[in-house]
Ligand binder design. Structure first.
Ligand SMILES: Cc1cc2nc3c(=O)[nH]c(=O)nc-3n(C[C@H](O)[C@H](O)[C@H](O)COP(=O)(O)O)c2cc1C
Length: 181
């Protein structure tokens, strides 16, 4: 197999293909949204998830102080808004208004969920690890919900497309479900 060298600065793109998420947080009654490609499950019991946020992001400051965040899973229909939320900062104003998304009360936290998203994980911050120019926020999931039509035991990707980030302004969508017997 012929292989070519990839710049280390783009090495993450080889494993970038989990779903892109929109993470909501809140400061002084003003909610914010950040687009994140770098997210992962970490533990079943307790249910822990990890999100990696650049130290300069407004969401970094908010979540560090509020100690909570919500992972919202966007369907393909929200692709443009996903990209917008990842290119403007909540420091410049209300991102919900700017991108026309709807904040809705969450079950357990102060931060809102995004009504147009199809899945939600409400998380309390358990740990924060310094990882280079980012921080890894470990969240304990305290409530979860998903659209009945699109999730039974897992995502119904025959009915809904999730978005994955390839890098830069390139994305891919989830394809065909395959079951191993
Ligand atoms: C598809 C996509 C994925 C992104 N993934 C991440 C990520 O995993 N971590 C991160 O810190 N920033 C990521 N970003 C950049 C932030 O979303 C962006 O800097 C955002 O404007 C920060 O918003 P805030 O300042 O309101 O928190 C991503 C952007 C895009 C478009």
């Amino acid at each position: 197999m012929d292989k070519r060298e990839i710049p280390v600065s783009q090495a993450n793109r080889l494993i970038n293909s989990g779903p892109v998420i929109l993470v909501t947080s809140i400061k002084d009654n003003q909610p914010n949204i950040i687009t994140l490609a770098w997210n992962t499950p970490l533990s079943h019991s307790p249910m822990l998830v990890g999100i990696s946020i650049g130290k300069g992001r407004y969401s970094h400051t908010i979540i560090e102080n509020s100690k909570e965040f919500i992972i919202n899973v966007p369907p393909l229909e929200l692709l443009e808004k996903v990209h917008q939320c990842g290119t403007i900062s909540g420091r410049e104003g209300d991102k919900f208004k700017a991108v026309k998304l709807t904040p809705e009360k969450s079950c357990r936290l102060k931060a809102p969920i995004i009504a147009e998203c199809i899945g939600h994980l409400e998380c309390k911050v358990k740990d924060i690890f310094d990882v280079g120019d980012h921080s890894l926020f470990v969240g304990q999931v305290v409530a979860a919900s998903a659209a009945k039509d699109f999730f039974d035991v897992c995502w119904r990707i025959d009915k809904v497309h999730l978005i994955a980030h390839l890098g830069g302004n390139k994305y891919q969508i989830s394809g065909k479900p395959i079951q191993v017997e």
